[in-house]
Design a protein around this ligand. Structure first.
Ligand SMILES: Cc1cc2nc3c(=O)[nH]c(=O)nc-3n(C[C@H](O)[C@H](O)[C@H](O)COP(=O)(O)OP(=O)(O)OC[C@H]3O[C@@H](n4cnc5c(N)ncnc54)[C@H](O)[C@@H]3O)c2cc1C
Ligand SMILES: *[C@@H]1O[C@H](CO)[C@@H](O)[C@H](O)[C@H]1NC(C)=O
Ligand SMILES: *[C@@H]1O[C@H](CO)[C@@H](O)[C@H](O)[C@H]1NC(C)=O
Ligand SMILES: *[C@@H]1O[C@H](CO)[C@@H](O)[C@H](O)[C@H]1NC(C)=O
Ligand SMILES: *[C@@H]1O[C@H](CO)[C@@H](O)[C@H](O)[C@H]1NC(C)=O
Ligand SMILES: *[C@@H]1O[C@H](CO)[C@@H](O)[C@H](O)[C@H]1NC(C)=O
Ligand SMILES: *[C@@H]1O[C@H](CO)[C@@H](O)[C@H](O)[C@H]1NC(C)=O
Ligand SMILES: *[C@@H]1O[C@H](CO)[C@@H](O)[C@H](O)[C@H]1NC(C)=O
Ligand SMILES: *[C@@H]1O[C@H](CO)[C@@H](O)[C@H](O)[C@H]1NC(C)=O
Length: 530
């Protein structure tokens, strides 16, 4: 009798525990998701999209910027479009028990497609429906959900204040989720630093599926996600941002010069002065090759610029700081800060409304592209510039954008955030090659062009390590000469210098099982990866 009772109780416990484990994890991903979502789900097909749903392809392809990775071979098991933080928690929990990798996508601008492609079974958490922006003008800050674009953020700031702005990137369709967690440089950085330097708080779903804020995540993790790339650490749900003071009128201008018009000498001079300009002045040369009137190739430099003030203040400042450029009042356009976003993005043609900032496809000229980056600490001589021009004229090398540093960028210590490229940097270089025709041979030709230019720049840029900017992600940085992948430290130190060690330590503490993983995610020192 007693034995039977014990047996019965044991069976009952066994029965209950198997049922529990089934109800906890579900037989399949969808039921797991429903069970684990802290809020009741009325219609799961609106949140969990599987491959046979009509909603799956349009969501999958919607924000892919780089057509090199826009392929029918992309097959995430599910695309999750969370409408509530609890949906993100359920996605993390259920991916874990169904052995699926997680890719998080905000704006989809990742240069190597890491937010939506993986060569292992995976899901995409796409934050397209998680993009509320709340501005608190009185306290000069904003809470922004990670799926918002920079354009949405900029528009909503300008909608409530003429005197506030936010220092971040120049392309309005970028997502704040990826951008801010990777640094975020733009026209205001010389005065206010990076987007990541202006983060006050963040809400994140961590590797345990918990929702944490700055206080509960701790300062190490809060440090890591402001420049170290949040994809290694969790899913950012929201940022609290510090808004910065902007004058009601700013001035934008672009001066264009070809080699015959002295572009080389101007660029030489630029390197000596641009990092020392007033913090209100930002001049970035865009350097490319074009055919001149005679049909021969010339290098052209567009000095694309923003000044935080009016023309009458700008002209005397230029006469003092960079008279060689010969800026005249008629080259300049006064406008509001939010209009200057469009000026930098598309020239702000007459009649354009700032409402286009809300259009997630505005001026998106989808194409195939490849980018690389460098930092320069010593001016490049005129002779060396001439050598570089020969390389650019010779092949399909694309455009170089030189973003001036100095000012606030040089005042922030290298270890303040994971982004270490601070004092001593004259400018950042972005190499960018875009093409429109598909095909592997075409691709190879263009990649060869940008690689040749990058190789030829070796003597003129930072060394030991040759550094790079995380947001201009480049998987080549982690490849050995024989094509094999190197350990994380190799690319990690290029992006983060000594901060890589701290990032790796934080990773070990907050995600010991290495759940949040991609081709360039931080790896803890005590974890081996295959
Ligand atoms: C046309 C163009 C112009 C650009 N201009 C600039 C510029 O002016 N300045 C500049 O600094 N950079 C610029 N960039 C680079 C851009 O900052 C990066 O590509 C950035 O990572 C994009 O963020 P995203 O959210 O749009 O991209 P996504 O592809 O969605 O994400 C990029 C990375 O961040 C991760 N991620 C995204 N959201 C989250 C989240 N919520 N939580 C955790 N991880 C997340 C992704 O998994 C991926 O690893 C430009 C890129 C393009 C394509
Ligand atoms: C659930 O959502 C899908 C997609 O939006 C829709 O087609 C379907 O009719 C909805 N089902 C119910 C029961 O509301
Ligand atoms: C996809 O979802 C539908 C219901 O919306 C379901 O009938 C089908 O089995 C699911 N397919 C997969 C592969 O999970
Ligand atoms: C991306 O690929 C899909 C699937 O092949 C295709 O339908 C879509 O048109 C492509 N997008 C662009 C912008 O070419
Ligand atoms: C603020 O935004 C609303 C809605 O888009 C718009 O109607 C209004 O004109 C905007 N106001 C300003 C000052 O931009
Ligand atoms: C075109 O060629 C003529 C004669 O060689 C030269 O003087 C002129 O500067 C060239 N024009 C341009 C735009 O390069
Ligand atoms: C291009 O290369 C990829 C990978 O090497 C291959 O899978 C694909 O079939 C090739 N496409 C064409 C059109 O050759
Ligand atoms: C490739 O090169 C790396 C380092 O240069 C080396 O460690 C590795 O063993 C090489 N792999 C092969 C397959 O040769
Ligand atoms: C790695 O180290 C961290 C602490 O630094 C520890 O919490 C974690 O459990 C370790 N992971 C493994 C796999 O040993």
């Amino acid at each position: 009798m007693g034995t039977f009772l014990i047996f019965a109780i044991f069976s009952l416990i066994f029965l209950v525990s198997t049922t529990t484990s089934q109800t906890t994890f579900g037989n399949n991903f969808e039921s797991c998701f429903t069970i684990n979502s802290p809020i009741h789900i009325t219609n799961i097909t609106k949140i969990v999209h599987n491959i046979s749903h009509p909603s799956y392809p349009p969501i999958l392809y919607s924000s892919i910027q780089n057509l090199r990775f826009n392929s029918t071979n992309l097959k995430p098991h599910f695309i999750i479009t969370p409408e509530h933080p609890g949906h993100v928690q359920a996605a993390v929990t259920c991916s874990k028990c169904h052995d699926l990798q997680v890719r998080v996508r905000s704006g989809g601008h990742d240069y190597e497609g890491l937010s939506y492609k993986a060569n292992t079974p995976f899901i995409i958490i796409d934050l397209i429906n998680h993009r509320e922006v709340r501005i608190d003008v009185e306290n000069g800050n904003a809470w922004v959900q990670a799926g918002a674009t920079l354009g949405e953020l900029y528009y909503k700031i300008a909608n409530v204040s003429k005197n506030h702005g936010f220092p971040a990137g120049t392309c309005p369709t970028i997502g704040v989720g990826g951008h801010i967690s990777g640094g975020g440089q733009g026209t205001l950085m010389r005065k206010f630093g990076l987007a990541a330097d202006n983060v006050l708080d963040a809400i994140l779903v961590n590797a345990y599926g918990e929702i944490v804020d700055r206080e509960s995540m701790g300062e190490d993790l809060f440090w890591a996600i402001r420049g170290g790339g949040a994809a290694s650490f969790g899913v950012v749900l929201q940022w609290k941002l510090n808004l910065v003071p902007i004058p009601p009128q700013v001035t934008a201008f672009t001066v264009m010069k070809t080699q015959n018009q002295g572009a080389t000498q101007l660029l030489h001079r630029f390197q000596q002065v641009a990092d020392k300009f007033s913090e209100d002045l930002f001049i970035r040369p865009m350097i490319f090759v074009r055919n001149d009137a005679n049909g021969t190739k010339t290098v052209q430099v567009n000095f694309q610029s923003l000044f935080l003030g009016t023309v009458d203040k700008l002209i005397p400042l230029m006469e003092q700081s960079f008279p060689e450029l010969g800026l005249k009042p008629q080259d300049c356009r006064e406008m509001s800060w939010v209009e200057s976003i469009l000026y930098i993005d598309d020239g702000f043609p007459k009649g354009e409304s700032i409402e286009v900032l809300l259009d997630r496809n505005h001026n998106v000229n989808k194409g195939f592209f490849k980018a690389k980056s460098d930092f320069v600490t010593e001016p490049i001589s005129e002779n060396d510039l001439e050598t570089i021009w020969k390389v650019m004229q010779d092949g399909e090398s694309g455009i170089m954008i030189w973003e001036p540093y100095g000012g606030k960028m040089g005042e922030i210590s290298e270890s303040e955030t994971p982004f270490p490229h601070r004092a001593g940097v004259l400018f950042n270089i972005q190499y960018f090659k875009r093409w429109q025709e598909p095909g592997n041979e075409t691709e190879a030709e263009h990649l060869n062009g940008i690689n040749k230019l990058y190789e030829s720049m070796t003597p003129f840029v930072s060394k030991n390590p040759r550094t790079a900017y995380l947001n201009y992600r480049d998987l080549d940085l982690g490849k050995n000469k024989n094509g094999s992948f190197s350990e994380a430290k190799v690319w990690g130190e290029k992006y983060f210098k000594n901060n890589f060690n701290r990032l790796a330590k934080v990773k070990g503490e907050v995600d010991p099982e290495n759940f949040f993983k991609n081709e360039q995610s931080i790896v803890a020192p005590n974890v081996s990866v295959s």
